[in-house]
Design a binder for this molecule. Structure first.
Ligand SMILES: [Zn+2]
Ligand SMILES: [Zn+2]
Length: 245
C-alpha cells in the first residue's frame, strides 16, 4: 500500500488558513516529503507524523513556499529528534548550496558544528532518474519562473506511481510527463486568470481528456480555489487529507 498525506495544500500565501506545500508519500519502504514549505513542521506535528520517519525530501523548485521549511526540519532533526539515520534531499541543480545558504540566512549556519547524521544531496534534472531514499523518481520540466529551476516529479513507490506537478503553468507536454500515474497531484492556484506560471481550473478542465492518470487531485489552492474545494469537477486536497492507493 502507498499512502499520501497532504500536509500543506495552500498557495504561497496560506490561502484559507491552510499550510504551505508539503505532501508525505509513505509505503512499507519508507517515507518521502514532496516539498517542505515553512509550515511543514507544524503540519507533521499536527498530523502525528514523526519527523524521524522522513527518509527523503524532494524539492521541486527554489521558491520559499516549497523549500523554506528545510533548514528548520534539519535543525529539529539534529537537536530535537537526535536523528542518526541519513536523510536524502533531492532538488534541482545546486541543492546543497541552496539549503546551506537558506540555513545561513535564517540564522542557523550548517557548518557551526558536526552533523550526527548524513545528509545526502541528489540533483534533479528533467528526464533523469534519481534514487530518493526509499523511492525512485524521475523529474520533468515545469513552466514556472525559470530562476527557481522548476520541476515536477514522478515518484515510484515500487507499487504505485505518483506524479506531482510542483508549481507550473500550462505546457503542452504536461499530460505526457504524468502519463500512467496512479495519482497525479497537480497545482491549481487559480480559478481563471492569465498569470502564466500557475495553472487554473478552467485550463485543467479544458485539458482533462488529455490526462491518462487514474486519479487527479488539485493542490496549491489559492483564494479562488479555496472557496471551490469539494465543489468543482476535480477532487481537491485539504490539509490532513489521506489517500490510500
Ligand atoms: Zn508555490
Ligand atoms: Zn513557485
Amino acid at each position: 500500500m502507498s499512502e499520501v498525506i497532504f500536509v500543506g495544500t495552500s498557495d504561497a500565501f496560506g490561502a484559507g488558513g491552510r499550510r504551505q506545500p508539503a505532501i508525505l508519500v509513505r509505503s512499507a519502504r519508507g517515507a518521502a516529503l514532496l516539498d517542505c514549505g515553512p509550515s511543514t513542521l507544524t503540519g507533521l506535528a499536527s498530523l502525528g507524523v514523526p519527523r524521524d520517519q522522513v527518509d527523503s525530501i524532494f524539492i521541486t523548485h527554489y521558491h520559499g513556499d516549497h523549500f523554506g521549511g528545510v533548514p528548520l526540519f534539519l535543525l529539529a532533526a539534529k537537536y530535537a529528534d537526535l536523528r542518526t539515520r541519513p536523510i536524502v534531499i533531492a532538488g534541482p541543480a545546486g541543492v546543497r548550496e541552496h539549503i546551506e545558504a537558506a540555513s545561513r540566512a535564517l540564522g542557523h549556519p550548517m557548518d557551526d558544528s558536526p552533523w550526527p547524521f548524513e545528509i545526502r544531496y541528489e540533483e534533479l534534472a528533467a528526464g533523469k532518474e534519481v534514487e530518493g531514499g526509499p523511492f525512485g523518481a524521475r523529474a520533468f520540466e515545469a513552466f514556472h519562473q525559470v530562476e527557481t529551476k522548476p520541476h515536477g516529479v514522478m515518484i515510484d513507490t515500487g507499487e504505485h506511481r505518483i506524479a506531482y506537478s510542483g508549481d507550473t503553468g500550462w505546457f503542452e507536454k504536461l499530460p505526457a510527463r504524468v502519463k500512467g500515474a496512479d495519482l497525479f497531484i497537480t497545482e491549481c492556484t487559480q480559478y481563471e486568470g492569465n498569470f502564466p506560471y500557475h495553472l487554473n481550473l478552467l485550463q485543467l478542465e479544458k485539458h482533462k481528456p488529455e490526462f491518462d492518470c487514474d486519479r487527479i487531485i488539485l493542490t496549491h489552492l489559492g483564494t479562488e480555489m479555496t472557496d471551490r474545494r469539494g465543489k468543482c469537477s476535480f477532487e481537491t486536497a485539504d490539509d490532513g487529507l489521506i489517500i490510500r492507493l
